[in-house]
Design a protein around this ligand. Structure first.
Ligand SMILES: *[C@@H]1O[C@H](CO)[C@@H](O)[C@H](O)[C@H]1NC(C)=O
Ligand SMILES: *[C@@H]1O[C@H](CO)[C@@H](O)[C@H](O)[C@H]1NC(C)=O
Ligand SMILES: *[C@@H]1O[C@H](CO)[C@@H](O)[C@H](O)[C@H]1NC(C)=O
Length: 330
């Protein structure tokens, strides 16, 4: 072939390749999703996001047509690839979370079939939103300390994630790049206190530490680790004592979770693979499948009003790899 035609050929191929492969109806769906989630794009980005949205939508429809215990749906993440999602919302480095010998002392049960700390009393704050910052570990931490403090004192406070983002670095935590609840509880214990959300508002980005000792609102007496992979230890703690912080591995299907009991064959189950920290506020069972009731930090419109269910009893996605809770000092 005459090499002079090559640029023309490439231009034609390129054009064909970038022709919009979507219908008017697709764009209609995308635009209503955009307005529902307050999204705005420059024109180039619009077509790129539209394509990703349609890929995600297809994936969701394919999943929902199959036989699964959980369903998927569009949500605020539907214009992102999993690679983008991971970078903005998950822990990006392997965490040092293995408690080979934890200090939680399990009883021998018996345990109730169902427990839900949201309905036992005023013990669980509303679902919060971490925004585009890998600070899930701070929300798991405040959620757990809020609950144990409320259970001990009868007073439900809103505690400050931002203080942990800004100040807890000496305990192997890394602000928006990740950290662990057990390390954050240690920081709060040695720092002698965590301020309230109101006194130290959340910014979804790293800043300078502005801790004021006189405004410390919650204190930690001790940190309790549950031995790695001891999921019955988690059941024991949640059944008898309080909600428990845990970490697990989020894989690409989880960002589209809508409702039902999440299970996966794609995720790993070891301590080195966990990339998201959350709070177990209870457990239950449905049609013979036991599951955890879990508070997430992706806002109240994700999942089941900000919560999700995940299969219990199989160390699903490593959820029993590193779980912990604090003893409050009251
Ligand atoms: C894990 O521990 C090692 C050694 O203490 C440290 O260098 C590394 O930064 C830690 N990793 C994280 C993600 O905290
Ligand atoms: C709890 O586990 C963490 C690792 O996640 C470890 O750094 C810490 O020393 C442990 N604390 C106790 C009280 O065993
Ligand atoms: C992880 O999953 C594999 C395969 O199902 C299983 O053999 C192994 O025991 C699990 N490990 C842990 C720590 O749960």
């Amino acid at each position: 072939m005459n090499v002079m035609f090559l640029p023309v050929l490439f231009a034609v191929l390129y054009h064909v390749h970038t022709l919009p492969l979507h219908t008017e109806e697709d764009e209609y769906h995308f635009k209503s999703w955009m307005s529902q989630h307050n999204k705005k794009y420059e024109i180039n980005e619009y077509y790129q996001r539209l394509q990703i949205f349609l890929d995600n939508k297809k994936k969701i429809e394919r999943h929902n047509a199959g036989d699964h215990m959980f369903s998927m749906g569009l949500n605020q993440f539907s214009d992102m690839t999993f690679t983008e999602f991971k970078k903005s919302f998950l822990l990006t480095e392997p965490q040092n979370c293995s408690a080979t010998r934890g200090n939680h002392l399990s009883s021998n049960g018996p345990y109730p079939d169902t427990i839900d700390w949201r309905t036992k009393g005023n013990y669980v704050t509303n679902v919060k939103n971490q925004g585009a910052c890998g600070s899930c570990w701070t929300f798991s931490t405040t959620g757990c300390l809020e609950s144990v403090t409320a259970i001990a004192t009868g007073k439900l406070l809103q505690l400050a994630e931002q203080q942990l983002v800004d100040c807890a670095g000496a305990f192997d935590n890394h602000g928006c790049s990740g950290g662990l609840p057990s390390h954050a509880f240690e920081y709060i214990m040695y720092n002698k206190g965590l301020m309230t959300e109101q006194d130290y508002p959340y910014k979804a980005k790293e800043g300078e530490c502005r801790f004021k000792p006189e405004l410390a609102a919650a204190l930690v007496k001790d940190v309790v680790n549950i031995t790695k992979y001891d999921e019955m230890g988690m059941v024991d703690a949640v059944a008898r004592l309080n909600p428990v912080s845990f970490a697990y591995e989020v894989t690409s299907d989880f960002m589209h979770y809508k409702d039902g009991i999440y299970t996966s064959t794609a995720c790993h189950n070891t301590t080195d693979m966990v990339n998201h920290a959350v709070l177990a506020v209870g457990y239950a069972e449905q049609n013979g499948t036991p599951y955890w009731i879990v508070k997430n930090s992706w806002g109240p419109y994700w999942g089941i009003n900000g919560y999700f269910y995940i299969e219990r009893g199989k160390n699903m996605c490593g959820l029993a790899a590193c779980s912990s809770y604090p003893l409050p000092l009251v």
